[in-house]
Design a protein around this ligand. Structure first.
Ligand code: 13P
Ligand code: SF4
Length: 319
């Protein structure tokens, strides 16, 4: 415990010396979340990066999040504790592939989930996160075709919520969320039939849970499709005694802190993102001490990507 306290003290001191704000995603290791200035979902982190006045932003998350921070705050130094912290979902589409898809659908509006590279954002009209995807798509005139990328499960969810049939979905996926299956969820529901369900829309189980909502397996009043930030908001006022959580297991830390009286159970306890977990306590301390690794985005890419991210920030309302 005292070595944990010593580490926290060193990290806070190094952050103060560097005038750095530490922004951590909800999937980070508990000790990283606890030492950070702010913990949130990808939309909240983007908003915080856009308005931060600190000289340095340390993004304790994955690379596309750090790139988004740099795109929104080009005048600040943006650091990521491990530059190898990638994302299988962001890797599922390249800028070249997107250009090809756009050629097949001239005039379509391109909506890119923030889990994409800066190059892909630069080819997009507007970004979205899981917290605001349906609002963003609903704001596009009904007659316009939409290219939604890269997550197939979030895309299916948005198509269902908005009722649009002119929304084309890229068939990408996140290996962690896609690995949470309808069977995992069904098994857990059977073991705790009174539990509420919080499902992240990237999950393989989310479409099944939605299509079956109202059945005995997935009762509609108890099934909530939420971003990670939305889960925390719902947790604060829930009257449930137990909740099954279908997302990366790092989320449980904030949920348990917010409501220790509720039983929080992962839908799949093996759903951990090894990219998120690359941000170790040692890596964070080294990053603050040595100023490594700095994130750069080429200015012409950043200015095109910024239009798409800023358009999202002005439209998006948190789920
Ligand atoms: P949100 O935090 O926006 O819900 O996204 C989850 C995610 O997969 C980030 O990697
Ligand atoms: Fe990417 Fe999935 Fe990890 Fe999120 S959980 S960073 S979408 S690989």
């Amino acid at each position: 415990m005292s070595s944990q306290n010593d580490w926290e003290t060193r990290v806070r001191q190094l952050a103060a010396e560097r005038d750095a704000v530490i922004l951590a995603h909800n999937y980070q290791r508990p000790e990283i979340q606890d030492v950070a200035d702010h913990v949130g979902d990808s939309l909240a982190l983007a908003r915080l990066a856009a308005t931060s006045t600190a000289r340095t932003i340390v993004l304790a998350g994955v690379y596309f999040m750090a790139e988004t921070a740099k795109i929104l705050s080009p005048q600040r130094t943006v650091l990521i504790p491990d530059a190898n912290a990638g994302c299988s979902l962001a890797d599922s589409i390249t800028a070249e592939q997107l250009r090809g898809w756009k050629r097949e659908h001239p005039g379509a509006v391109v909506v890119a989930y923030v889990n994409t590279s800066a190059d892909v954002k630069a080819e997009s009209d507007i970004c979205c996160t899981s917290a605001n995807a349906a609002d963003i798509v609903a704001a596009i005139p009904a007659g316009r075709e939409v290219l939604f990328l890269p997550d197939q499960f979030l895309g299916a969810h948005v198509r269902r919520v908005t009722g649009r049939d002119n929304l084309h979905v890229w068939m990408g996926e996140c290996h962690v969320h896609a690995g949470i299956s309808p069977q995992d969820l069904r098994r857990k529901v059977a073991a705790d039939p009174a539990a509420q369900l919080y499902v992240h829309p990237e999950c393989g189980c989310s479409t099944a849970a939605l299509w079956q909502a109202g059945t005995e397996d997935f009762p509609s009043q108890r099934t909530h499709v939420l971003s990670t930030g939305g889960m925390l908001t719902a947790a604060r006022t829930t009257t449930a005694k137990s909740v099954l959580v279908a997302t990366e297991t790092g989320m449980l830390h904030q949920l348990r802190k917010a409501r220790p009286d509720v039983r929080w159970e992962p839908a799949n306890p093996r759903a951990t993102c090894h990219y998120m977990k690359m941000i170790t306590p040692e890596a964070l301390e080294r990053c603050l001490r040595d100023g490594q690794s700095e994130v750069h985005v080429a200015p012409e890419v950043a200015s095109r990507a910024r239009r798409a991210v800023e358009a999202m920030i002005t439209v998006g309302a948190s789920a």
